[in-house]
Design a binder for this molecule. Structure first.
Ligand code: NAD
Ligand code: ZN
Length: 360
């Protein structure tokens, strides 16, 4: 048995208003006055002075607003990196991502590609990155993905949707300021929050489960229940707890794996561009046969929060489309092995997945 030697985020700040400390945290990391910090900021914050006025720009620092309408692509990473290289004289001092999973993943990937040759798609896979990334910082503004703690950055490339999984991927610094999550539209709050809930269910019910993953997964699940089921929290308590749930959920899957919902939702995302949070919800809703209790509680939470999921998203698809989707889903072997066990190929068939997709 060879146990994973897992890198973790070495520095983290937690607290309401801690975003104000960004300047004092990054200043010692400035290499020189010509090596700027590059801020990648979700464009939902454009014109929102309560947030943008607190981004500490000095010398040649740059702020790039980025849309999270679509999930990150390898070509998008390459374009951002090229833009940075062409517009500044020296290698940047650091990359700071301010946003959700989309922006955090871009920040990780850009920081890796500034020190590694070629295109981002060359590094999709496990442990392909050769050189350490430049200093990179996450400031999450929505909670659930666990991207702030994970060892991967999920990218859609020309051939596949797959992460850059490497020891250089995790952030050097994370700033957890739950106050930044105050204005998220309710549906999005639910979808991204459920990503965390589903991480817990898939981790805790997987064959890869071990005490490390279980201890984080159980804590994250308890926090999710407080936030989405209990209903007695203040808005502030709920923001604080969901941010820590996301952290623990991410830690839980770091040492195990996700499962059926993620495998099938990757298929949807690859073919239809369905985003991670909502895609997971659409799939999970039909997974009683795999996660009976988890799905029951999920339906209850949807009711409590009046969430309607899109229906019939696969209605117009033809056989070729199903082929593509099912191939992507089945290619994620570790997810199935975690969910079902070593013999998963005996029960997880093409037709079974097709029947499930047809319900969605
Ligand atoms: P997201 O980053 O795409 O953001 C969702 C929406 O919320 C966007 O419209 C965004 O503009 C908006 N938003 C974010 N913060 C806001 C705020 N404070 N106020 C108002 N609106 C706000 O969504 P996400 O669910 O956080 O991330 C999904 C992405 O994360 C996917 O690309 C997925 O592949 C990736 N992911 C990565 C990992 C990992 O470990 N690297 C894990 C899970 C998911
Ligand atoms: Zn997820």
């Amino acid at each position: 048995m060879n146990y994973k030697n897992f890198p973790m985020v070495p520095r983290v700040v937690f607290g309401r208003g801690s975003f104000n400390q960004l300047n004092e945290i990054i200043t010692p990391k400035r290499l020189n006055t010509k090596a700027p910090f590059i801020f990648l900021v979700d464009d939902v914050f454009k014109g929102k002075a309560w947030l943008t006025s607190r981004i500490p720009l000095s010398y040649d620092d740059k702020l790039l607003y980025i849309s999270s309408e679509e999930e990150p692509k390898t070509s998008q990473v390459d374009a951002i990196v090229e833009g940075i290289i062409l517009s500044i004289k020296e290698r940047p001092s650091g990359i700071i991502g301010v946003g959700g999973g989309t922006i955090m993943d871009l920040a990780k990937a850009v920081s890796i590609m500034l020190t590694n040759e070629g295109t981002a798609s060359d590094y999709q896979g496990w442990d392909l990155v050769k050189n350490p990334a430049i200093y990179h910082v996450a400031v999450p503004t929505i909670s659930g993905t666990g991207a702030e703690v994970s060892r991967t950055t999920v990218l859609t490339g020309p051939e596949k949707k797959l992460g850059i999984n490497s020891d250089y991927t995790p952030f050097n610094q994370v700033i957890l300021d739950p106050e930044l999550t105050k204005d998220i539209p309710k549906n999005q709050w639910f979808y991204t929050g459920m990503d965390c809930y589903i991480h817990c269910i898939e981790s805790l019910n997987g064959t890869y489960l071990n005490t490390f993953s279980q201890s984080y997964g159980e804590k994250a699940l308890d926090l999710c229940k407080e936030v989405f089921v209990n209903g007695k929290l203040t808005a502030e308590e709920s923001q604080d707890k969901l941010m820590m749930a996301s952290w623990h959920g991410g830690m839980s899957i770091a040492y195990s794996q996700v499962g059926v919902a993620h495998a099938m939702s990757y298929g949807l995302s690859y073919l239809l561009g369905t985003k991670h949070g909502i895609g997971n919800c659409i799939v999970f809703n039909y997974l009683e046969e795999f996660y009976p209790e988890g799905v029951k509680l999920f339906k209850d939470m949807m009711k409590r929060h009046n969430i309607d999921l899109p229906k019939g998203i696969c209605a117009h698809l033809d056989d070729e489309h199903y082929d593509t989707m099912i191939k992507v889903a089945l290619s994620l072997e570790p997810l199935w092995e975690n969910a079902i066990g070593k013999d998963w190929k005996k029960t997880i068939t093409y037709d079974r997945l097709k029947a499930l997709y047809q319900k969605m």
